[in-house]
Design a protein around this ligand. Sequence first.
Ligand SMILES: [Zn+2]
Length: 116
Amino acid sequence: MPFCPQCKAEYKAAEVSTCPDCQVDILPSLAPTQVPEYVGWYAVESVPSEVAGIILKSVLEEAGIDVYLRCHEMPAHGGIKGNAGKSEWGDVLVPTDCLSRAQQCLKTHFDSLREG
Ligand SMILES: [Zn+2]
């Protein structure tokens, strides 16, 4: 379900595009993605939160790169839940053959954040 990244309120898909309380854009929900087995995936970046992951995902998708967010807390992925030493929420995975392009993309993104 689409949600507000600020107050975490959830909205029906066609209801609104901006949160009326926070005036920020509603983010699409994280639909469970099936990782195609024939593609090698590489964790290009670790993210501290789901929202950070979604932002990086959209940055890479805009560049035409497939992205898969892997949550460390998802029991389906090895049950690493309760990993207290880790501050990351999860990993941003990209197909191995897009890795260098994805890294360049994220570098540009982080550089623009620093300048802003
Ligand atoms: Zn909100």
